[in-house]
Ligand binder design. Structure first.
Ligand code: OAD
Length: 243
């Protein structure tokens, strides 16, 4: 493992452009539940009941109860050593883009810049009528929050299953992946598209691709480095002893 970490650090040191893709696993050590796996959210809840536009149209109060539960939970936790190490990494390389599937806001809280939140942000709300997006960090928005501009029903500003990603954010993510010389893929099961395809974009653009995860994923076979272990332990080692 130490050899692999050193070799990956050397690749990072040579890179002008680094892209990082993160998923729920990077926040797991902060105490945020992941989606898949034995303890995952989608083991206890059905995504189709809670994270689709149809679910919201059918029962907005149920959907809001789910998001208020997550807001409450995430309001009590903070970023961890892996989030912090990525802030440090940005300062060490000339070009850096952080693409996250997470909506928990922990990258922003840790001070990350050049951040693309491709699935949105749990702390933002969007009016279903006037479409205005606002930031609201109160842990509990109750079950039918209303827009302060037009009185329309608010929804979480997150991407649900069956919805398209913001094309501008997706384009920037694809560009950053394609032009990277090293891409780190941290704590994602690599099953949700289009995020999962970003590592392939990087690989086909000639990047060194590295995965940091507790276990192998469907992408492990094309990774140049597969570092199995906790993000909070491995990511800080990449920036330690940079020299
Ligand atoms: P998943 O829950 O699918 O996967 C989490 C991954 O993190 C798994 O591969 C775990 O092995 C790994 N993991 C867990 N703890 C870790 C740790 N301490 N260090 C390193 N790895 C660890 O989460 P995502 O891949 O982020 O979408 O899921 C993708 C999308 O599916 C989410 O953004 C969400 C979800 O449904 C939407 O809500 C649109």
């Amino acid at each position: 493992m130490e050899e692999k970490i050193k070799a990956l650090r050397d690749a990072l040191k040579k890179a002008d452009q680094v892209a990082v893709l993160t998923g729920a696993g990077i926040s797991a050590e902060s105490g945020v539940p992941t989606f898949r796996g034995d303890e995952g959210i989608w083991k206890s809840y059905r995504a189709t009941d809670l994270a689709t536009p149809e679910a919201f149209a059918r029962d907005p109060e149920l959907v809001w109860r789910f998001y208020n539960w997550r807001r409450e939970l995430i309001s009590k936790v903070t970023y961890n050593l892996a989030h912090k190490a990525l802030v440090e990494l940005k300062g060490l390389v000339p070009g850096f883009t952080l693409i996250t599937q997470n909506v928990d806001g922990l990258h922003l809280l840790s001070g990350s810049q050049n951040l693309l939140e491709i699935h949105g942000n749990l702390w933002k709300v969007r009016c279903t009528k006037c479409q205005k997006i606002t930031l609201d960090r109160s842990p509990d928005l109750r079950t039918s929050p209303k827009c302060k501009f037009c009185g329309g029903l608010l929804r979480p500003h997150v991407v649900w299953f069956g919805e398209a990603l913001d094309p501008a954010i997706l384009n920037k993510s694809v560009d950053a992946s394609r032009t990277s010389q090293v891409m780190l893929v941290i704590g994602t099961s690599a099953v949700v598209q289009p995020a999962a395809s970003l590592a392939l974009e990087a690989k086909s653009g000639g990047a060194v691709v590295a995965e940091i995860n507790l276990e192998s994923t469907p992408h492990s076979h094309f990774m140049d480095f597969s570092l199995l272990g906790k993000a909070g332990e491995i990511v800080p080692k990449l920036v330690e002893a940079w020299g």
